[in-house]
Design a protein around this ligand. Structure first.
Ligand SMILES: Nc1ncnc2c1ncn2[C@@H]1O[C@H](COP(=O)(O)OP(=O)(O)OP(=O)(O)O)[C@@H](O)[C@H]1O
Length: 230
């Protein structure tokens, strides 16, 4: 489902005539099977967000290739990747990244508007997704009128509404207390089991790491295999 092949990412730091290279990812290869939850772990600065940004198509790797469902996505133009994302990939962020001037309903509907889905179908899908995340009664609330856990459910619903086979999550419970974290993790696991959605989740947290079928631990730009304590 997701195949990462000999991925290298080098950043150039400093002024133009005096640059140094930072080799953040060095020859990274791994596969995530369809329907698995993969967790990306590693110290701060080990390249976790860089790796997720490459899989999500927000930047191009220095070298190497990424395949999603057999399609080489690293050869896409920006526009092609944007279209691909709207069909295949949902995103969840630590700080939810909801639009504060839009209600829960409008935030969830937004990807469908971007995708050009007709109004009637948008209404049907948005309401269905609000039901799936248990927030029908909160559809007209603005993000500031919701708890952290409810905001994260809205952001999960926004990822889910396009019915993507893959969801990429960057520290999805990083802003939540431990009880709400457990509730969101249970929810992610139920989505994985019920709909077979593949998750790739960055985390610093052992609770989150424990729901992974697979751990990708980054250390000195390389992947360490097996279960690594974090
Ligand atoms: N666009 C960029 N230009 C230059 N350096 C960058 C860029 N993006 C990331 N870096 C550097 O690459 C390294 C890896 O950053 P990255 O954000 O991927 O790490 P991380 O493991 O996600 O860290 P954290 O857990 O703190 O979020 C860091 O040293 C960072 O400063």
């Amino acid at each position: 489902m997701i195949k990462v092949q000999s991925l290298h990412q080098t950043f150039l730091l400093g002024k133009k005539n005096n640059q140094t290279e930072l080799n953040v990812l060095k020859d990274i290869s791994f596969e995530v099977k369809k329907g698995d939850i993969a967790v990306i772990t590693g110290r701060s600065g080990s390249g976790k967000s860089t790796l997720l940004n490459l899989i999500g198509g927000f930047m191009k790797p220095t070298h190497g290739r990424i395949f999603i469902d057999g399609t080489e996505v690293t050869s896409f133009s920006e526009g092609e990747f944007a279209d691909f994302r709207l069909q295949h990939i949902g995103f969840i962020f630590q700080n939810f990244q909801l639009i504060p001037t839009m209600t829960a309903y409008e935030n969830i509907e937004l990807p469908l508007v971007l995708k050009g889905v007709a109004e009637k179908k948008r209404e049907e899908l948005t309401n269905q997704t609000l039901g799936r995340v248990g927030l029908i009664d909160y559809k007209n609330h603005y993000p500031s009128e919701l708890s952290g856990g409810q905001q994260q459910r809205v952001s999960i619903a926004r990822a889910l509404v396009i019915e993507p086979p893959i969801i990429l999550a960057d520290e999805p419970t990083g802003s939540l207390d431990s009880e709400t974290e457990k509730e969101i993790l249970d929810f992610i696991q139920s989505l994985n089991q019920k709909y077979g959605i593949t998750f790739v989740i960055i985390t610093h947290d052992n609770e989150v790491a424990s729901i992974g079928h697979q751990q990708i631990h980054l250390h000195d730009g390389e992947v360490l295999k097996g279960d690594i304590a974090i």
